[in-house]
Structures are given as structure tokens and as C-alpha cells.
Design a protein around this ligand. Structure first.
Ligand SMILES: CC(C)(COP(=O)(O)OP(=O)(O)OC[C@H]1O[C@@H](n2cnc3c(N)ncnc32)[C@H](O)[C@@H]1OP(=O)(O)O)[C@@H](O)C(=O)NCCC(=O)NCCS
Length: 244
């Protein structure tokens, strides 16, 4: 993925040049609103913390990790994207993103997500990629929709993950894209070869307007499909430390 790009974004691994941008994002209440409500992160010790994260990332299989995204035109650090094993559902891969506020509203999250989904299905031959966000994070949900993912279910993050948040604040949604979409709700993906080749692609995203975003689809619960066997595909899938 390193160096691989979309028309406007270039992806790379992280290095020290990203630390100020990472720090800025973690201290921006708007960026962190739906992640941890932005308790201030002190600069003291931040470099060490990020170096520990870099060390952790270095242990990842390079195909399932986090990437720094840069604007092709200016070279500026835009934020990050990840394809990583999901923390709750081992063996399922999760898409995530976090962008610096200056770069919001330009379609970058959608563009990067489409590229990663395309890679997940067409190069890594995954069958299923999920993305999760708090229910109220409508911008993130819209990105998922525009990237061709579909609503799967609502759930509540456990209190230990988001201490001090009440249940309503911990309500979240899962979207996903499947290599072979199921025809109707309630049917799992048929059993088959775990990494059977498929003819799908990331596909075009629906061009829906904001009013078509459906925040409540409580009755459309999609079961998780049989997992990709990440231990086979990616011998050392390492859990990322940070959510989108
Ligand atoms: C979520 C985030 C990645 C979106 O990045 P982005 O580059 O601005 O996204 P895009 O421009 O590709 O698409 C955003 C879409 O959401 C829509 N949107 C933005 N704010 C919205 C809101 N409050 N309500 C509904 N839709 C909204 C935009 O209009 C756009 O849709 P459109 O193209 O149909 O108009 C960015 O806001 C971010 O980094 N947020 C903080 C971190 C975060 O929440 N990450 C996700 C955690 S799961």
C-alpha cells in the first residue's frame, strides 16, 4: 500500500514527521467528538506514546495496518486510514479513518475508503470488511455509505471501552461490504472456500443526499459472515491500538 494512492491521496507508513499532525487531531474536540470526547492529551510524553504505537504498527502484517494519507498536490498530512483486525470480532477486518479538520468535506475519507475496500476485495481477496462508528457520527456513516458499505446493525459499546459515557452515548452502528452481498436480511453468506476468488469490486458508491442517510435501521440485522481466517492470510495479525 505504501506509495499507492488515489487520484488525490498518497498513502505511506508513519514516521516522526506525522507526530505534530497526530497530536493536533487527538487534541481537536471536533475530531475526537465521536471517539473519546477529547480529554486533553499532553504534549509531554506524546512522542514516546506515538513511538510505542509505531513499534506496534511495525509488528503488523503490512497489508493490515494503518496508513498515513497525504494530499498528492501539497504533500500535506491529511490523516490516517486503517484496515485492521476488529477488536471485538477476531478474524474480521475493519476499515477506519481519521482526518485533520482542515481536510474535511473534500471527499477524502470516501476516496481513501474506496481505495482500501478495493484493495481488500480485489488484492487481499477478503470476503467481508466492516466499519463501526457511534450512532451520531453521521459524517462517518455517510462515508461508509458512499464507499458502498451497507448498514448491518446497531449495538452498544461496553462501558469499559467508553467510561463516563452513558448507554445512549455508547450506541453504535456497524456497516459492512461483502464480496458476495446477501440477498436478504437474516441469511448469512453461504459457506464456501474462505478466500474464494470473487468477481466483485468496491463498486460505485450510491449518490445519496444527506436526507437519505438512515440513522435508524433497527430491524435490519445482518449476521456476521463466516470469518476470513486472518491467521492463515496474515500470519501475524496485530491488533491496532486506536479506533477510527
Ligand atoms: C468522518 C470523517 C473521516 C469524514 O471525512 P471527510 O473527508 O470530510 O468525508 P467525505 O468528504 O468523504 O464525506 C463526508 C460526507 O458526510 C456528510 N456530512 C458531514 N457532516 C455531516 C453531518 N453532520 N450530518 C450528515 N452528513 C454529514 C458530508 O456532506 C459528506 O457527504 P456528501 O458527499 O453526500 O455531501 C471526518 O469528519 C473525520 O475525520 N472525523 C473525525 C474522526 C472520526 O469521526 N472518524 C470516524 C470514526 S468511526
Amino acid at each position: 500500500m505504501d506509495g499507492q494512492a488515489t487520484s488525490r491521496l498518497v498513502f505511506s507508513h508513519f514516521d516522526d514527521s506525522h507526530i505534530p499532525g497526530l497530536f493536533e487531531m487527538e487534541n481537536d474536540p471536533e475530531v475526537m467528538r465521536y471517539i473519546n470526547n477529547c480529554p486533553p492529551v499532553p504534549w509531554k510524553g506524546y512522542t514516546e506514546k506515538i513511538h510505542a504505537w509505531f513499534d506496534q504498527l511495525a509488528k503488523n502484517d503490512p497489508r493490515l495496518t494503518y496508513w498515513a494519507a497525504h494530499e498528492r498536490l501539497t504533500g500535506e498530512f491529511v490523516g490516517w486510514f486503517h484496515l485492521r483486525p476488529n477488536a471485538r470480532y477476531d478474524n474480521h477486518v475493519e476499515l477506519g479513518y481519521r482526518l485533520r479538520r482542515n481536510f474535511w468535506g473534500r471527499g477524502y475519507a470516501t476516496e481513501g475508503s474506496r481505495a482500501l475496500l478495493d484493495r481488500a476485495f480485489n488484492e487481499l481477496e477478503l470476503r467481508y470488511v466492516m466499519a463501526q462508528t457511534l450512532e451520531g457520527n453521521l459524517a462517518s456513516r455517510r462515508v461508509m455509505e458512499k464507499a458502498g458499505m451497507q448498514f448491518e446493525c446497531s449495538f452498544v459499546y461496553p462501558p469499559e471501552l467508553l467510561p463516563f459515557w452513558d448507554e445512549a452515548q455508547r450506541r453504535a452502528v456497524r456497516y459492512a461490504k461483502r464480496a458476495n452481498p446477501v440477498a436478504s436480511c437474516g441469511e448469512g453468506e453461504p459457506p464456501g472456500e474462505p478466500f474464494a476468488r470473487h468477481g466483485g469490486s468496491a463498486g460505485a458508491s450510491p449518490s445519496q443526499s444527506r436526507k437519505h442517510l438512515s440513522p435508524f435501521h433497527r430491524h435490519q440485522r445482518q449476521p456476521l459472515p463466516p470469518p476470513n481466517d486472518l491467521a492463515v492470510l496474515f500470519p501475524n495479525p496485530h491488533q491496532g491500538a486506536d479506533g477510527g
